[in-house]
Design a protein around this ligand. Structure first.
Ligand code: 9GP
Length: 812
């Protein structure tokens, strides 16, 4: 592998500045400089990716296609430089050209093409697939606006557009010649030619052009290169000149606007489905362009689609890309002339589905009229799939409608996407052991009984190179000293070797020092950004993730109010000083989530105003939580709040990032916390709360939150204070009512009150443990040492072996 030197990179960068921007270094702004660096790396990656593509073609390799409406990539400059092995020379080259490397890295906008866990997972998986030398392509939409920027104004969330493409497009290579046409609306009719052969005639449709903008993906320590293909929606007609000249100015522009609106904005809902027609169009747009593009290349290479399923596996990330199923059927039937059975065989041996949620409100059910109107041919195919499936189910369950009805694909005027996936995909996986069990036992119980072999588990994982080695260089240095240099970068299991140092006072104190330094560095950044001064002597207790009631940020707040009240009642109340850090975006339409953000800010202000809290209690809401903020925060975190109602969080991946950076978890036995507990043992995690089956039983029996309020005076005082407020003139009686009586729905749906006492006790244990630095550092060390199984490389090896049937890079 060629090792680029500082000098070579300086030459390449100045070349780019001159050729692409017409500037010499002296005239270049940091914007030019950033773009020039990006273009240099892009060239290197592009060369590698093309070599990989040639090898795939020559050796007829099986390929993975990862379809996801979200890829939360974050920043790329440092990441790509790191993977290409040029991080150091690039920094030196930038400095050598008179620019500050940290400032330049910091200037890059996050590519926020995702909401949270699901999108970040896809980004981590691209890295691992490439590092493990799997021929793979990611597909999504080239949203003009990524996840909104969050501002906090008067304690409340305000959303601002995130126009990332201004700088971010330096990473994208448009490939106009690979544009695909996607059809919407119109009419379909049956036709027979002179030989009596059946054809489907689709007329009167609108065309939207899908233009690929490819982002190069570099792997770590390999020449292998992959792509993330982002589809940009364009109108085929610049403006309709006929309409224009006949005076219909607005109509002429409208058509173009309709086409382009498809890739305008990422839907900002996480774990929540809304049946909007633009979202349906986004889904079909990206799926149709993707499948057409895969098929086109396959046909060019093999001349037939008969072997399609042998050469490709299509992984769909949640149900959002489910229309890939009828779209591949459509192409095989209408464009390739296959019969139904043969087409169905190919489809059902190609597509695999990952489920990421059991929340009812997140399950996609599209109104049949929408699909009928915008995708008439797809609708016909869906009816046929649904009818056939229903007949098969009726046979299998001997006409038992209580089983057939919940499994049906089209039912009550809706198309149920998860059922379609279960019917058509050759594998279905959950994302943690507990979640996969819930899928089998509960959500897809009868489907599992009928086709048990389809169901499997792949526990999520994170890119440990980004989330440990790159973002926490001091910890990386310690690991290199203790675990065989850089071995862990490709063999995350090597982190285990740290365990030998659990009683080594030198290593433990170095670990403690690293955390202390990282806390200071984070505090300095927060002070620069917002003027807030964090108390770095206190325990950094962190809950960062999307704001959702099931994630129970509110439980955390209730506990903080309890601590505050205790402190006020008893000035000698002995507890470990804490700095509580929150970061969370709420979906713009999720009113309760937005109220909880406001509540956090009200409590934060009250605590900040009260001199009694000085050096003891601090609450800070970090604005605009995002990947690049997380990269700074994870290394500084000490206690990781993973406190969802058991059974609701499919896996979580934030929990893994904290663990790898030596934060200890306070959490429920939910999602991947269960597996974390298995490897850590009771002594290295603070567990609390009801278990998933206890939650189900409690709900079954009829949960009455009010009883906890009545019987627990401390909890009662906390909830009563919600009614009164926190001294800023805002009362939170709506939240109190929601907890005690429900606000149109069940009271305290996520069982905060039931888990409160046990949560408080767990916090007490955590506080005590923190007072013993040796014990705490040992826990931190054990967390890092045993986090190797949560590396995305492990997850991708699992996918490759259990689902994709593709070889992976062998490690020496
Ligand atoms: O809520 C899950 C989260 O638990 C999981 O870690 C993540 C990646 O698998 O997916 C989230 N699900 C969604 O965002 C929507 O299904």
């Amino acid at each position: 592998m060629h090792k680029y030197t500082k000098k070579e990179l300086m030459t390449l960068i100045t070349g780019k500045l001159r050729r692409n921007f017409g500037r010499d270094v002296e005239e270049a702004t940091s914007l030019h400089m950033f773009k020039a660096c990006a273009l240099v790396l892009r060239d290197i990656m592009s060369e590698r990716q093309m070599k990989t593509a040639d090898r795939v073609a020559v050796e007829h390799l099986r390929q993975v296609h990862y379809l996801s409406l979200e890829f939360l990539m974050g920043r790329s400059l440092m990441k790509n430089a790191y993977n290409l092995g040029v991080a150091e020379p690039l920094k030196q080259a930038i400095e050598g050209l008179g620019f500050s490397a940290p400032d330049l890295f910091e200037a890059e906008p996050d590519a926020g093409l995702g909401n949270g866990g699901l999108g970040r997972l896809a980004a981590c998986y691209l890295d691992s697939m490439t590092t493990l030398e799997i021929p793979a392509t990611g597909y999504s939409i080239c949203y003009e606006l990524g996840i909104f920027k969050q501002k906090i104004v008067d304690g409340q969330q305000v959303e601002l557009p995130d126009n990332w493409l201004g700088l971010g497009d330096a990473w994208l290579i448009p490939k106009m010649d690979e544009t695909e046409e996607v059809r919407f609306g119109g009419k379909v009719e049956d036709e027979w030619d002179a030989l009596g052969r059946h054809r489907v005639k689709h007329t009167g449709y609108d065309v939207v052009l899908a233009v690929p903008k490819d982002m190069e993906i570099a792997g770590y320590g390999t020449e292998h290169g992959n792509l993330l293909r982002l589809w940009d929606a364009n109108s085929p007609t610049p403006v309709d000149m006929n309409l224009f000249s006949s005076g219909q100015y607005l109509k002429a522009v409208e058509q173009r606007a309709m086409a382009e609106s498809i890739s305008k904005v990422l839907y900002p809902e996480d774990n929540h489905y809304e049946g909007k027609s633009l979202r349906l169009k986004q889904q079909y747009f990206f799926v149709s362009a993707t499948i057409q593009s895969i098929v086109r290349k396959h046909r060019a290479e093999y001349g037939t689609l008969r072997n399609f399923h042998l050469k490709h596996v299509i992984q769909i990330n949640d149900t959002h890309p489910t229309l890939a199923i009828p779209e591949l059927m459509r192409i095989l039937l209408d464009e390739e002339g296959y019969g139904w059975d043969e087409a169905w065989y190919i489809v059902t041996h190609t597509i695999a589905y990952t489920n990421h949620t059991v929340l009812a409100e997140a399950l996609e059910r599209w109104p049949q009229q929408l699909i009928e109107k915008w995708l008439p041919r797809i609708w016909q195919i869906l009816i046929e799939i649904s009818n056939r499936y229903q007949r098969a189910l009726t046979d299998y369950f001997h006409g038992d409608l209580s089983k057939v009805a919940p499994m049906a694909i089209i039912w009550g005027g809706e198309v149920r996407m998860a059922n379609l996936c279960v019917c058509a995909c050759f594998k279905i996986n959950g994302v943690s052991a507990l979640h996969s069990d819930i899928l089998k036992r509960d959500v897809f119980h009868d489907a599992y009984a009928r086709t048990p072999d389809k169901f499997t588990n792949v526990t999520n994982g994170i890119d440990h190179r980004r989330w440990l080695s790159e973002c926490n260089p001091e910890l990386d240095a310690l690991i290199r000293d203790c675990c065989g240099k850089d071995k862990y970068l490709l063999q995350p299991d090597a982190l285990k070797e740290l365990e030998q140092y659990r009683d080594d006072a030198g290593v433990l104190s170095r670990l403690g020092q690293i955390k202390a330094d990282n806390k200071k560095a984070f505090a300095a950044w927060v002070a620069r950004e917002s003027g807030v001064i964090l108390n770095t002597d206190a325990l950094f207790d962190v809950q960062v993730k999307r704001l959702h009631e099931y994630k129970r940020q509110l439980l955390n707040v209730l506990h903080i109010i309890y601590l505050y009240q205790r402190m006020k009642a008893d000035p000698h109340f002995d507890f470990t000083p804490r700095t509580y850090l929150f970061g969370a975006k709420a979906a713009p339409g999720y009113a309760v989530a937005k109220r909880i953000i406001r509540l956090i800010n009200s409590v934060a202000d009250m605590v900040a105003r009260d001199p009694a809290c000085k050096d003891r209690l601090q609450v800070v809401f970090l604005e605009n939580y995002r990947v690049s903020l997380a990269e700074k925060l994870m290394p500084a975190s000490e206690l990781s709040e993973q406190i969802s109602t058991a059974g609701k969080e499919a896996s979580g991946t934030g929990n893994m990032k904290f663990m790898m950076n030596g934060a200890v978890t306070i959490g429920t036995l939910d999602g991947a916390n269960v597996e974390m507990h298995q490897v850590l043992g009771d002594e290295n995690i603070f567990l609390f709360g009801l278990k998933a089956h206890e939650v189900a039983e409690m709900k079954q029996k009829g949960y009455k939150s009010y009883e906890y309020y009545v019987h627990n005076p401390e909890l009662r005082a906390v909830i009563d204070q919600l009614n009164v407020g926190f001294g800023d003139g805002v009362a939170y009686d709506d939240i109190a009512r929601r907890l005690l009586f429900g606000d149109g729905g069940p009271a305290d749906e996520y069982l905060l009150l039931a888990d409160f006492e046990s949560y408080r006790d767990a916090h007490q244990r955590a506080g005590l443990a923190y007072q013993d630095p040796k014990r705490w550092n040992q826990m931190a060390l054990m967390n890092i040492a045993r986090s190797g199984i949560f590396a995305a490389d492990r997850s991708i090896r699992d996918y490759a072996r259990d689902i994709w049937n593709v070889p992976v890079r062998a490690l020496k």
